[in-house]
Design a protein around this ligand. Structure first.
Ligand SMILES: Nc1ncnc2c1ncn2[C@@H]1O[C@H](COP(=O)(O)OP(=O)(O)OP(=O)(O)O)[C@@H](O)[C@H]1O
Length: 748
């Protein structure tokens, strides 16, 4: 023992003497000489590389530290610690310690070294790896990438999830973020059926998708829309997602963001591996229509509010524009209680890739909550609760609230039964609409996004609605077999002439088909719906019905480039009168009204984003292509009735004479670009029973185009027995007092 110690001591002294007395150059030569005859290769990984932090060095600290106790040869010394951003204790090799890691059956000999450089006053640190030369390629191509990958995983598993909010009154995130200690996980989250599993699989696929996203040239991000009534677990699902992925949460209050550029700034300053959450997107901000908001009319007497805060186009660009590529592994979550209030442009694949409907409690959800809260999986009271739950709408939050009150299962379940019974009694008078089952949808390009529930909500929430529903149904010569009275209005408002509510259980496409079969019987229904929604400004965007009407109008009038945005407070227009006011339509360019949303959603056959969305759903080429075919077929069917404008071939054009620069010039350009525009203008004016005396030609198009039958833009100033028309570019529109029917002449 004594001789052993003295041997070590002698070696140490010899080594330090060599270091002291043999110059560095000679030491290097000696080492090189030795290595020439050695079969081993040594790799050195310094803490910095080419002037910046060496990621491989940092990864080694994590990787070798985590392996410290699992290798056959335990290192002599390890350092251990924990800081506030890490969940568990972390270990790393101490200086001059060695460890052997076996990879693919090959021994990798590691040593951690350090040396204090007195001149630089800096401690140089490095890892040395020795292995047989014949494994050089394997080390380079497999082992080192494996270390990077594994270290990243370990780091991500250990990091504490942070929660950031926008700083009150200032643009920027709360500097430090607070630790998110939300206990909700996918184990404790009650969700129906296999929905939970699907969400988890989708998240896991996303996390593993780095190469895939790179290959397809898409930013590595994914959008989820969580929608459903209050208390159904939207926020809980976000917490479960964050805990599952170990992603930070950035909670964005859009109304606190002063401008689009501030929004850009915020997104640029988010970390990777994070979830951007915009809760209650429908009510957090009034996102202006891209077109309507951008082109205020000179002639429009209505004062416009100055544009403050974030615009819709600003938000669209931020989440799906070039900026969205500045960061990896980003998830964007919007939540809403009313999906129909969100502009369809925000919902399309590429922005919100998955739409997750969280709905009222089912028996299955209840059982998960009972297991969580009361540790019971069965009970005599379960059959009674199952029956009651199937009859009433109760949110998981309400059930959870009951189950938390008393820990004794029997008393707790009895209390819950009483709550459900009282709900059932109340429902007898209010007859709430049936709930939509929970589910997950890929964001399609089509109308299947529009939930049935939405129509019911619309009808339910307005008293005017019911008046109109009555009016509509009484006017009809033939009531569609699919129109169903679904009970009295829950608000029991006295103002309603009828307390009956109506909903169509037809899918929008079917409804469109009915309209387009020329069944005028359906026409008042359609108009009525438009009116309903127009009158009930708070209800939501009637974009899809405008789409339907436009589709029908196209069919009816054989106009390929027609779109209608009629909104008539008096629904006594005949179809002919109405269709006389149909307008040529440029997708995405709807210019007037509170609820004008781009109709391109309905009009385009297939955008690259839609096709990409379909192809991304399933990675198996056959299944994916089949899914795309079905999607395109459904679009083709829909297009038969809506006759979307043929898409222009992709190409490159010179900017014509600067005309696109100013809005007025744009208008001329539009007139120039379509002969139909002027023909139609003529047509509409000639069809009018009475031409407004004050209808003024405001001058020929400056380009003097010959092809058009008329080359003038016309506008009407007077109201025509309470009607007003507006024509031309949004800059040339006039509004009348009682009657709102806008005609726009835009290019096709
Ligand atoms: N699916 C669920 N599983 C477990 N607990 C739930 C679930 N849904 C709701 N809860 C309970 O109800 C509380 C409120 O739910 P949560 O805030 O997630 O609902 P929400 O849908 O986001 O509501 P809101 O639309 O009002 O914001 C949660 O803290 C949780 O305790």
């Amino acid at each position: 023992m004594g001789s052993g110690l003295s041997l070590i001591a002698s070696v140490a002294i010899l080594r330090s003497s060599i270091n002291d007395f043999v110059p560095q150059e000679i030491r290097s030569c000696l080492l090189e000489l030795v290595s020439r005859f050695s079969s081993e290769l040594t790799m050195v990984i310094y803490d910095s590389h080419e002037g910046s932090n060496n990621h491989l060095f940092n990864a080694l600290m994590i990787y070798l530290g985590s392996n410290a106790f699992s290798t056959a040869s335990l290192p002599k010394r390890v350092t251990v610690g924990k800081n506030e951003n890490i969940k568990a204790l972390t270990f790393s090799l101490d200086r001059n310690c060695k460890i052997v890691d076996t990879f693919n059956g090959v021994d990798m000999k590691w040593a951690y070294c350090s040396e204090f450089n007195a001149a630089l006053q800096y401690e140089l640190k490095w890892y040395e790896l020795r292995f047989h030369k014949r494994h050089a390629n394997m080390v380079r191509n497999k082992y080192l990438p494996y270390i990077l990958e594994t270290a990243k995983k370990i780091k991500n598993q250990n990091r504490v999830v942070k929660f950031y909010t926008t700083r009150g009154g200032r643009d920027g995130w709360s500097c430090k973020g607070i630790n998110l200690d939300h206990p909700m996980t996918f184990d404790t989250l009650a969700m129906d059926g296999n929905l939970k599993q699907k969400v988890i699989e989708d998240l896991d696929r996303f996390i593993k998708g780095k190469k895939y996203y790179k290959k397809i040239g898409k930013a590595w991000k994914r959008g989820y829309l969580l929608y459903g009534p209050p208390g159904t677990g939207k926020s809980s699902l976000i917490a479960a997602m964050a805990n599952h992925l170990n992603f930070d949460i950035y909670s964005l209050n859009l109304s606190a963001v002063s401008s689009d550029s501030s929004l850009d700034f915020l997104l640029l300053h988010m970390s990777n591996r994070s979830i951007l959450v915009v809760e209650d997107i429908d009510c957090s901000i009034e996102l202006q229509n891209r077109e309507a908001g951008d082109h205020p009319s000179d002639l429009d007497p209505t004062p416009r509010r100055p544009q403050v805060g974030v615009t819709l186009s600003g938000l669209l660009n931020a989440i799906d524009g070039l900026l969205s590529c500045c960061g990896d592994e980003r998830i964007i979550v919007f939540t809403t209680n009313y999906k129909d209030r969100i502009d369809p442009a925000l919902l399309r694949a590429g922005r919100m890739d998955m739409h997750i409907n969280l709905s009222y409690c089912t028996f299955s959800t209840f059982k998960q909550l009972a297991a969580n809260y009361l540790d019971i999986w069965n009970h005599d009271l379960f059959p009674r609760i199952e029956k009651l739950i199937s009859e009433v709408q109760v949110s998981p939050a309400e059930v959870a609230g009951e189950l938390m009150k008393i820990r004794d299962p029997k008393t707790s379940l009895e209390s819950l039964s009483r709550l459900l019974e009282s709900k059932r009694e109340a429902a007898k008078f209010s007859a709430p609409p049936p709930s939509v089952p929970e589910g997950l949808e890929d964001a399609p390009g089509g109308s299947s996004e529009i939930p049935y529930q939405r129509k019911e909500h619309q009808v339910q929430s307005s008293c005017k609605t019911n008046d109109l529903a009555d009016a509509i149904f009484s006017k009809q010569t033939k009531i569609p077999s699919s129109a169903t009275p679904i009970g009295p209005a829950s608000n029991g408002s006295k103002k309603c002439k009828s307390n009956g509510r109506f909903a169509f259980d037809l899918e929008p496409e079917m409804l469109l088909e009915q309209f387009s079969q020329g069944e005028k019987a359906y026409y008042p229904v359609a108009i009525g719906f438009v009116n309903m929604m127009y009158n009930s400004s708070y209800i939501g965007q009637p974009h899809f019905l405008y789409g339907l009407i436009a589709g029908y109008a196209r069919k009816y009038t054989s106009q390929q480039h027609v779109s209608s945005v009629p909104a008539c407070h008096n629904s006594d227009l005949s179809p002919d009168e109405l269709f006389a006011h149909m307008i040529p339509y440029e997708p995405g360019r709807v210019s007037e009204g509170t609820h004008r949303y781009p109709l391109d959603h309905y009009l385009s056959i297939r955008s690259p984003a839609e096709v990409a969305g379909e192809l991304m759903k399933i990675r198996d080429p056959k299944t994916s292509l089949e899914s795309l075919s079905r999607f395109l077929e459904s679009k083709r069917e829909a297009a038969k009735f809506s006759a979307p404008p043929s898409s222009a071939t992709e190409g490159l054009e010179d900017v014509p004479g600067g005309s696109s620069e100013s809005p007025y010039q744009t208008n001329e350009h539009q007139v120039q670009s379509s002969c139909k525009t002027n023909d139609l203008a003529d047509g509409i004016f000639s069809k009018q029973t009475k031409i407004p005396s004050s209808a003024t030609a405001i001058g020929p198009a400056s380009n003097g185009i010959k092809k058009s039958r008329s080359n003038g833009l016309k506008k009407s100033k007077s109201n025509l027995s309470t009607r007003t028309f507006c024509c031309g570019h949004p800059k040339a529109k006039i509004r009348g007092p009682n009657y709102k029917c806008y005609i726009n002449f835009l290019s096709d």
